[in-house]
Design a protein around this ligand. Structure first.
Ligand code: C6P
Length: 416
């Protein structure tokens, strides 16, 4: 399979997409082009995003929601327009989108605000064995503070959630189920829609950690019927420093403020305050305005290409990578078959530490991530301390997979 297949099959032109990302022209050393296979950690940014942020700072910047001068009105309009774009991208209403610093902060917001209000000693939270630390540690903090019980849906041998065990654990009556929609290590796509329905039947609220999923597939929160969803801009071609919590209006209305300060109030006196409306009640202080504008531009960019096409392209690339890497002696790919995963391929190479692999690949311009990928318990469960991860996005090519395979052959030769 070659890059042109992508254009023919999905109606988009990979070369034109790559031309939109200035950094992809970078040489890591003279004559050694960048092969960026670390998009699951953070995606690269197209000119449309860089330009939108630059235009904002050059011509429109002021603080928002505070003044009536022209710049303040323009900045406020641009910030709220970005919120509307992000809401539309996941089929939500603008007031259901709370801007946060990242997906991690969105999950912490739910833990600290909803969790402290609605959970009491002995209540259970159901997580899974494939959670990122961001969807684990906030619940551990809350569990310690409130004397809660954490349960974990186990994995099957192929790295999927054991859905029978999930039903059994739902029978214990958790108040909240918090799950990733796509594993950042195994690549597994979780059948979240079905689990939401089971969780609701069991009387639980459901939080989706869509930090990975939102960049790779179309999401419709109405169809999913999830109560909360956490997303991050920087994984979907937008800038760092901004993410969002989606919450159903009636659920968000039943939550106290997370942080106190400017903009989250309607009225303040010496001893009390009246909170602002949704979503501002959860946005204390001056927010990341240029970042919101950049994220809005990223959503426009991805939407114009189409999430379906992006997802299919990544699945094809992941399948090709799995096929290529599996031929290599001593190499084990983690996670399920290509049809059940996104564009993430983690692997081990017998006798060679992932950090050595990543360092040698870097000398050939190939950027991969090595380590526990912020999922230490998952690695422990798999009997591993670290893995090497190649991750793909809309700009990844089959030739880059070939470069990875060639790089890994060199790694093996060095350690032979
Ligand atoms: N995973 C990775 O290399 P933030 O950092 O808040 O934008 O996203 C946190 C997060 C939450 N859930 C999942 C499933 C994730 O993959 C991540 C981020 C990156 O895998 C950085 S550790």
């Amino acid at each position: 399979m070659k890059a042109e297949t992508f254009s023919r099959k999905y109606g988009i032109d990979i070369e034109r997409i790559r031309a939109d990302f200035p950094i992809l022209k970078r040489q890591i050393k003279p004559g050694i082009p960048l092969v960026y296979l670390d998009s699951a950690a953070s995606s690269q940014k197209p000119s449309a995003v860089i330009d939108a942020m630059s235009e904002y700072y050059r011509n429109h910047h002021a603080n928002i929601h505070r003044a009536v001068h022209t710049l303040a009105e323009e900045a406020t309009g641009m910030y709220e327009a970005a919120r509307a774009k992000i809401a539309a991208c996941i089929a939500a209403q603008p007031e259901e989108i709370v801007f946060t610093r990242n997906a991690t902060e969105a999950i912490n917001l739910v833990a600290q605000s909803w969790g402290r209000t609605h959970l009491k000693a002995g209540d259970r939270i159901l997580l899974s064995e494939m959670e990122h630390h961001s969807n684990l540690v906030p619940w551990q903090i809350l569990a310690k503070d409130r004397d809660l019980q954490l349960d974990f849906i186990p994995l099957t041998g192929s790295g999927e959630l054991d859905l029978d065990a999930c039903e059994t654990l739902l029978g214990r009556g958790p108040k909240l189920v918090a799950l990733t929609q796509m594993s950042n290590v195994l690549g597994t796509i979780v059948p979240i829609r079905e689990i939401v329905r089971s969780a609701h039947r069991a009387g639980a609220r459901l939080l989706v950690d869509a930090a990975q999923a939102a960049s790779h597939m179309a999401i419709d929160v109405l169809d999913l019927d999830a109560d909360f969803m956490a997303i991050s801009s920087h994984k979907m071609c937008g800038p760092t420093g901004i993410g969002a919590l989606y919450g159903k209006t009636e659920v968000l209305r039943d939550m106290p403020p997370f942080l106190g300060g400017g903009d989250m109030i309607r009225k303040v006196d010496w001893r009390s305050f009246e909170p602002n409306d949704l979503p501002y009640i959860f946005e204390a202080g001056t927010p990341a305005i240029a970042e919101a504008v950049g994220w809005g531009a990223a959503v426009d960019y991805l939407t114009a290409i189409g999430f379906e096409a992006i997802h299919r392209h990544e699945t094809d690339i992941a399948a090709y990578a799995m096929e290529s890497l599996r031929e290599m002696p001593g190499l084990t790919v983690l996670g399920p078959e290509p049809s059940k995963r996104g564009g993430v391929v983690s692997f081990t190479l017998e006798g060679i530490h992932p950090h050595d692999i990543a360092q040698i690949l870097d000398s050939y311009g190939i950027a991969v991530r090595a380590g526990h990928h912020c999922a230490m318990p998952l690695h422990t469960r798999l009997g591993l301390s670290a893995t090497t991860r190649a991750s793909f996005y809309l700009y990844s090519t089959f030739e880059e997979v070939d470069a990875l395979a060639a790089g890994l052959r060199k790694v093996r030769a060095i350690f032979a």
